[in-house]
Design a protein around this ligand. Structure first.
Ligand code: NDP
Length: 300
């Protein structure tokens, strides 16, 4: 069997087009959603990522506010900026790029963001809403993964799902989203025993580990849907000395022989994360004004 490749880039483009339509209809009612992105430090990769977010924000017809702060920024200074953004009526969504320099407690910053503007879905209030099945802002990467899964299979009820990784930003919210879809969910992690056997039970296998190509082809149940969240930069000597490439947490070539559908890296989950951030900004703009959320979720 050779798997269907789930084209995250194309699905993200489709989602952004629907978001742009919805933003245009909001604009005609005098509302232009605004997203503030805050980055602390001069890491070029993060700065590029933030630039990319800002470009896509503007492309879908929203306002982008970028705040680039020096690496020496104190926790008090960042908290003051967040308080200002919380109070700014032009700002519907606030994203503080992680990781933060060590003098800043990231959890404190996350908890300082107004939950109604928490487009990353990391605030405990939004995490709690997800867990209790109350509508709220959902973490972007897991939301993107769910949309990609549903692009190949809409009804997930009764399927066995295994999520490898239990971080607050990917693994745990992913598990909650799959529970809400009536999957039977197992969350695996570094202490899980006999991980290959656990993965082989999965009709839906989500790898969010951060270990290059850890999930091998013989860990995959024939016909499974495989979602690879991992982004790992590894040496690529074939391209020349000192060259690198990005690979996922799944040995793609092997797994694609066994799965029914699989996301590539790059071009799978990554593009959906930013599209879902824009989706969440739209949702936050609607929720804050008591407007209904336009139906933009599902990739064609
Ligand atoms: P974390 O480091 O926070 O979590 C990794 C998880 O993997 C932990 O729960 C850890 O277990 C588990 N783990 C580590 N080693 C093993 C192992 N040998 N066997 C089983 N489980 C293991 O990472 P994130 O959740 O933040 O990110 C995961 C990956 O996804 C990274 O590659 C990251 O770059 C990528 N990512 C991609 C995004 C995208 O947009 N595509 C967005 C966010 C992340 P334990 O808890 O026991 O330590």
């Amino acid at each position: 069997m050779s798997a269907t490749i789930i084209d995250g880039k194309a699905h993200a483009q489709g989602l952004r087009a629907r978001i742009a339509d919805a933003a245009a209809s909001l604009s005609s009612r005098g509302v232009t959603p605004g997203l503030a992105v805050v980055i602390v430090g001069e890491d070029p990769a993060s700065q590029l990522y933030v630039k990319n977010k800002a470009r896509q924000t503007v492309e879908v017809g929203m306002r982008s506010f970028e705040h680039v702060l020096p690496a020496s920024t104190t926790e008090a200074e960042l908290l003051a900026l967040v308080a200002g953004l919380n109070a700014d009526p032009a700002v519907d969504g606030i994203l503080v790029q992680l990781p933060l320099p060590k003098q800043i407690d990231a959890q404190k910053i996350i908890e300082a963001i107004d939950p109604a503007k928490d487009v990353d879905g990391f605030h405990p209030i939004n995490a709690g809403k997800l867990m209790t099945g109350v509508p709220g802002l959902v973490s972007c990467t897991p939301l993107g993964c769910l949309l990609l899964i549903q692009s190949v299979r809409r009804d997930l009820a009764g399927l066995n799902a295994v999520v490898v990784g239990r971080s607050n930003i990917v693994g745990k919210p992913m598990a909650q989203l799959l529970i809400a879809q009536s999957c039977t969910v197992t969350v695996a992690h570094s202490r899980t025993r006999e991980l290959p056997g656990v993965c082989r039970e999965a009709d839906i296998l989500v790898a969010a580990v951060g270990r290059p190509e850890m999930v091998r082809g013989d860990w995959v149940k024939p016909g499974a849907i495989v979602i690879d969240v991992g982004i790992n930069r590894v040496p690529n000597p074939a391209a020349g000395e000192g060259k690198t490439k990005v690979v996922g947490d799944v040995a793609y070539g092997e797994a694609a022989q066994v799965a029914s559908a699989i996301t590539p890296v790059p071009g799978g989950v990554g593009p959906m994360t930013i599209a879902c951030l824009l989706r969440n900004t739209l949702e936050a703009a609607c929720l804050r004004r008591g407007l209904p959320m336009p139906a933009v979720d599902f990739a064609a």
